[in-house]
Design a protein around this ligand. Structure first.
Ligand code: SF4
Length: 240
């Protein structure tokens, strides 16, 4: 029986994929995003060990609420760190008719990842930044895994939601959103694109953990401006 390390569970998740979902946040992340809200997920030895049976048991309890669209989402941290576990978990969840989404940061890809993406019902992909240098500055990682994931998604024609955090002074411009739109054109089966306003709710968590928050001077993103940019994105999509 494969195991993974589990950070936490959200029983009625409404934002990590369509419908109502049980969200399993797996422990461990290779990235160190400047604005990460969950630095407590970074340590691969943190959290607690979990077996597939427990995942299936917890997922079953939520099943009456999933409806046609909902199901299970594996998030993190970076869930693709646990490829062998995910393959077993997806297989067992599918046996009882539960749909599975993988919520990846695009910062990790290994020998299991293509099979995980093939087996999952959909993928949520956080695009950290489309510029390679900025991507590395923000995450401490290269863009290679992001392109491996996109290639895998295209090969398996997997439905995908794209999410992009909009950060003042980093990517809050029409030019960036236009470039993002061009970037997205290379991905098949995009079902949704969300621009999420950067917020500073994690600052206290860093203080409690005795960690330095790299974006301490960055103000929260104005929601109205973020919505304006999202409208631009729709226009660009229509033009494309
Ligand atoms: S990929 Fe996600 S969990 Fe990992 S550092 Fe970035 S924001 Fe945090």
């Amino acid at each position: 029986m494969t195991t993974a390390r589990l950070h936490s569970i959200e029983s009625f998740g409404a934002v990590d994929g369509p419908g109502i979902r049980t969200v399993f946040f797996l422990q461990g992340c290779p990235a160190r995003c400047a604005y990460c809200h969950n630095p407590d997920t970074w340590n691969p030895n943190g959290g607690r060990e979990v077996e597939v049976d427990e995942i299936v048991h917890k997922a079953k309890r939520g099943a009456p609420y999933y409806g046609e669209d909902g199901g299970v989402t594996f998030s993190g941290g970076e869930p693709l760190l646990h490829g062998d576990f995910l393959l077993d978990a997806i297989r067992e969840l599918h046996k009882i008719g539960i749909s599975v989404a993988i919520d990846t940061s695009g910062t990790y890809f290994d020998d299991y990842s293509d099979r995980v993406i093939e087996a999952a019902d959909m993928v949520l992909l956080d695009v950290k930044h489309i510029d390679e240098q900025m991507f590395t500055e923000l995450t401490g990682r290269g863009q290679g895994p992001l392109f491996d994931i996109i290639e895998s998604i295209n090969r398996h024609q997997k439905p995908i939601w794209i999410r992009q955090v909009i950060i003042p002074g980093i990517n809050d411009t029409e030019e960036y959103v236009k470039s993002l739109n061009n970037f997205i054109q290379r991905i098949k089966s995009v079902k949704n694109v969300e621009l999420l306003p950067y917020h500073t709710m994690a600052v206290d968590k860093y203080a409690k953990l005795g960690m330095t928050y790299r974006f301490a001077d960055v103000k929260p993103m104005d929601h109205g401006r973020c919505e304006e940019l999202a409208e631009e994105l729709v226009q660009f999509k229509k033009q494309a």
